[in-house]
Design a protein around this ligand. Structure first.
Ligand SMILES: Cc1ncc(C[n+]2csc(CCOP(=O)(O)OP(=O)(O)O)c2C)c(N)n1
Length: 252
């Protein structure tokens, strides 16, 4: 039977290597969207990625633009330095929930509050992925983690943290959105949001954050298909998708 090509990587955006991510992981989709959008904006040669530690920190193997790996949680602080020293660069951080909302929460809130002019891509998979499934600030109530083997309990661990809602209490951020890439429609929406977040930076509007609620089949203990069901039934219930702040619309 003749081979039929069903997928091709966008030239110049991603290197021609086999993805090292687990089956059902959504990092690859988000990497592709970032690259394609910035290519469309004609800024690929100016793009600098500051990545957090974790599976998010594997990106340097799978993207074709410049990458700085920040110490765990410090991506927003490093991105602040890069963007302030090199304002012509298009800078984004790429961070997991452990990185952005736990060890790096101060850096995230402070950068958002200062209105730093860069873009944040926040991958919320409800767990510490790379290190083997420890509880993250975004782990759901009752969800098992290696550090919460009987499931997250409110009385011991508090409620899941909602980053878009938290940051929307600040006056400064320009754009805060929570989205997903589980269906073609959501991929199209996420593409639009990522493009807006980068366009905001090009226009000097300040801090934009795109939270992508994703699955981690390996550490959730599900198959890729089961993880999709969990994502839609449980994760989206706790983390409603939508625009939490768009200053352009507020001012219009
Ligand atoms: C200062 C410091 N503390 C702890 C670690 C160990 N560590 C590496 S990755 C990681 C968790 C990352 O989880 P998350 O940010 O959710 O990213 P994911 O792997 O899910 O993409 C931890 C705790 C480290 N590298 N540095």
């Amino acid at each position: 039977m003749a081979e039929k090509k069903v997928y091709e990587k966008t030239l110049g955006v991603m290197p021609d290597v086999i993805s090292g991510f687990c089956p059902g992981c959504m990092h690859g989709t988000v990497h592709k969207l970032v690259g394609e959008v910035v290519q469309e904006l004609g800024m690929l040669d100016k793009l600098v990625r500051v990545e957090g530690v974790g599976c998010c920190g594997l990106g340097q193997q799978f993207v074709s633009h410049d990458v700085i790996i920040a110490a765990h949680g410090r991506a927003c602080a490093v991105a602040t330095g890069v963007k302030r020293c090199s304002p012509e660069s298009l800078v984004y951080t790429y961070q997991g929930d452990g990185d952005l909302a736990s060890i790096g929460l101060d850096e995230t809130v402070s950068a958002a509050n200062r209105g730093e002019n860069f873009t944040v891509i926040f991958i919320n998979n409800g767990i510490y992925g790379m290190t083997g499934g420890q509880m993250a600030p975004t782990t759901l109530i009752g969800m098992k983690a290696t550090t919460a083997p009987f499931g997250r309990k409110v009385e011991e661990h508090g409620y899941p943290m909602h980053v878009c809602e938290l940051l929307s209490q600040l006056k400064t951020p320009q754009f805060l959105v929570r989205t997903a890439v589980d269906t073609p429609q959501n991929v199209i929406k996420t593409r639009k949001y990522i493009k807006q977040a980068f366009q905001n930076q090009i226009d000097g509007k300040g801090f934009s954050l795109v939270e992508v609620v994703t699955s981690c089949p390996t550490n959730w203990g599900y198959t890729a298909k089961e993880a999709l069901t969990f994502l839609r039934e449980k994760m989206f219930e706790e983390f409603p998708l939508g625009v939490y702040r768009d200053k352009d619309k507020e001012e219009a």
